[in-house]
Design a protein around this ligand. Structure first.
Ligand SMILES: *Cc1c(COP(=O)(O)O)cnc(C)c1O
Length: 238
């Protein structure tokens, strides 16, 4: 597995997808989804040009931070976040993608206040309406955005989504379209309050080109950079 070659190949695919959609490739951030990766793999990805790492699990985040594995890159938290673990994430990552309830929002705001910082966040939207998945319902996203906009110690920077798993090429385009519409609607509704509302985080190894075609500004890519994850790992199903 040559991480450097894979990074270059994915970067080129991101740029090609942007150009095909008439977009500036510079608008799109490639975030390496680093779950189950070693410190060495993460360092290799950063050495190859990755500027943002996305971590799923608090435990892995804490271990990689302690090893200084993300040196030279930003780190984002992209996994489900439990309220009782916010103190291990707030202030340690530059963006939390997975805020999906008033309770979690309030816990993040309180922890950020304690640290005297402003934490950048995205709202995760359950765009496929899947029971088993986290994320706020599309119809409730505006209300959660309004709540976030009132908070002093969080800054709402956009939306994130993980559409349903599908093997069918193009199947998720409809969800990416819905996300892009929701993103525009919220931005319009709350323009005066949301000057930093610029990030639309969607698209993974199997569908990031479609996500870019529909307006993603950040894609989260694991397998295409690092190779397949061990099948028994619980996060492999996400
Ligand atoms: C694992 C993961 C990804 C990357 O998935 P791949 O299909 O391996 O590219 C993206 N986003 C989240 C939230 C993930 O958990």
């Amino acid at each position: 597995m040559n991480i450097q070659e894979h990074v270059r190949a994915v970067q080129q695919r991101v740029a090609a997808a942007a150009e095909a959609a008439g977009r500036d490739p510079g608008e799109i951030t490639l975030c390496a989804a680093t779950k189950v990766q070693t410190d060495e793999s993460i360092r290799a990805a950063i050495a190859a040009g990755i500027t943002v790492c996305g971590e799923n699990r608090v435990q892995e985040l804490t271990a990689h931070l302690a090893a200084d594995a993300y040196a030279g890159a930003q780190v984002h938290f992209i996994g489900h976040l439990q309220t009782n673990k916010v103190n291990k994430v707030v202030g340690k990552v530059s963006l939390i993608h997975s805020v999906d309830s008033p309770r979690l929002l309030q816990a993040i705001d309180a922890q950020a206040a304690k640290l005297g910082i402003v934490q950048d966040i995205l709202l995760e939207v359950n765009i496929g309406g899947e029971e088993s998945k986290g994320g706020v319902a599309p119809g409730e996203t505006g209300d959660l955005a309004a709540l976030a906009a009132q908070m002093e110690h969080v800054r709402l920077c956009g939306l994130m989504a993980i559409p349903p798993i599908s093997q069918v090429p193009g199947a998720n385009r409809q969800f990416f379209q819905k996300m892009a519409q929701l993103f525009v609607d919220i931005k319009k509704e709350m323009a005066h309050n949301l000057s930093n509302f610029n990030c639309l985080s969607m698209g993974m190894s199997g569908d990031f080109e479609d996500a870019i075609a529909e307006g993603a500004t950040l894609v989260r890519v694991g397998t295409a950079l690092f190779g397949p994850r061990p099948p028994m790992h619980p996060d492999n199903t996400k």
